[in-house]
Design a protein around this ligand. Structure first.
Ligand SMILES: C[S@@+](CC[C@H](N)C(=O)[O-])C[C@H]1O[C@@H](n2cnc3c(N)ncnc32)[C@H](O)[C@@H]1O
Length: 180
């Protein structure tokens, strides 16, 4: 089990993490992808130098940072939490990768992903299937790839599924690759 059951229960208990009227929907709590799995996600997504990658709900920016620093991609993270944005931007500045790593402080449901070559997603199942999938169906260009961590897009057929039995800390993970 990748995402602890307690997180899912907590999310359900507070009404699926939906914010009040007029506020952005909280589509998942902050629960970072382990660093070892970040690299596997970008590899599975076939990320190449110069390509554009978006991480939907970018947390502390770890996917954006690795994509820019090691894969030489143009990486954009969308994050609703101001503190996590600040942390991400501080790390990006420290590494001096501001030209290729970008963080947008905002709601991932109000962005445009039409330029994406790759999108990475680690959000709750209801958010993925109820909100993100219709948005990506409308916006993604043909050939764009999506890598989902632990929770699949039920309406899509995965091109590849990668099971990782142990991330080094005893947790298992499943990664799904989709192509439009
Ligand atoms: C499970 S964490 C994943 C973080 C990062 N992508 C990773 O894999 O390490 C989900 C993130 O999505 C953010 N988030 C939730 N709802 C959002 C929304 N509507 N717009 C932008 N970010 C959101 C949360 O604040 C959290 O940082």
């Amino acid at each position: 089990m990748g995402w602890p059951a307690a997180w899912l229960c907590a999310a359900a208990a507070i009404g699926g993490l939906w914010a009040g009227d007029g506020e952005a929907a909280k589509l998942a709590p902050y629960y970072p992808t382990p660093q070892t799995i970040v690299g596997r996600m970008l590899q599975l997504g076939g990320l190449k130098a110069g390509e554009k990658v978006f991480d939907l709900g970018s947390g502390d920016g770890r996917i954006v940072i690795l994509a820019a620093e090691k894969f030489h991609a143009q990486a954009v993270g969308i994050e609703i939490d101001a503190d996590l944005c600040r942390q991400s931007l501080a790390r990006i500045a420290k590494l001096g990768i501001e030209k290729s790593a970008h963080i947008v402080h905002g709601d991932l449901l109000t962005q445009n992903y039409g330029s994406a070559d790759l999108v990475t997603v680690y959000l709750l199942p209801d958010s993925i299937n109820g909100k993100v999938q219709p948005l990506l169906d409308r916006q993604l260009k043909k050939g764009a790839r999506v890598v989902a961590h632990d929770f699949e897009f039920r309406a899509w057929t995965a091109e590849k599924v990668e099971n990782i039995a142990d991330d080094g800390e005893g947790r298992s993970h499943t990664l799904y690759l989709y192509r439009k």
